[in-house]
Design a protein. Sequence first.
Length: 266
Amino acid sequence: MAASPYESPKGSSDLDFDSELLERELAEEDLGDPLDELDSGEASPADAAAECDLGLRLLEGGHDEQMQGLRIFCEHRDPRAPAKLLPLLDASCPILRMSVVYALGRNPAVQALTPLLQLLQNDSNGYVRKAVAWSLSSYPDAPIMNPLIKALETDISAVRLWAASSLADAGSTGLAKADQAAGQLLLALKIDSEPVVRSNSAWSLGRLYADLVEPRQKEVEEALLNAMLNDADLAVRDEARMALEQLENPLVLERLQTLVDEGLLA
């Protein structure tokens, strides 16, 4: 599962639903974004097994019990979970759908792919689509490239930033896929209006670099250098610089040192 260096603010004004209502519901559920819960700590195998047993029982209960169970499976993996999670994707509550999607990112299953892609395309709730864009990174061998590219081109910023991150995983399974993903990320790094999306695009380009052929690698180097020197947002410039440093390319590192020596880079 890919991590990302950059998270979007909640309650963004471009979300296509009543964000104030959703925020109130989130507060009432005491849930927050399940993405913030992931990788919060490792339980012992015995404790994790007991929690998963409890989680499976909770998923069969009412709304409040299901929310508690989903919190467990946003944190733990269990091969029994997908069968219980999949029916909940049809829930009318957007918070519940969002949480199910995150749980299916933590507990991927082949049979979840089609409904997840349908949600990415059709769900009216931005938080749900954002969750799908994140969770699809757990399905890198599946046909997720084109749906993620479409999301990066057309969706709201909260979805675009995770589509940019997940494209690094989608492109990691072959040269042709890496090149396709890099092409879209290069475009996003250049033209996307949101700094968070440009930042994640830079991060993903750094991850894909080793899987690219030399002409595309050169294009990535130049794009990251340009972003590092000229992007209007400091966070994007910093992310581009970190991506360049992590390429471990001697020529790139030499160029960076030259920029430092000339006083063009701190």
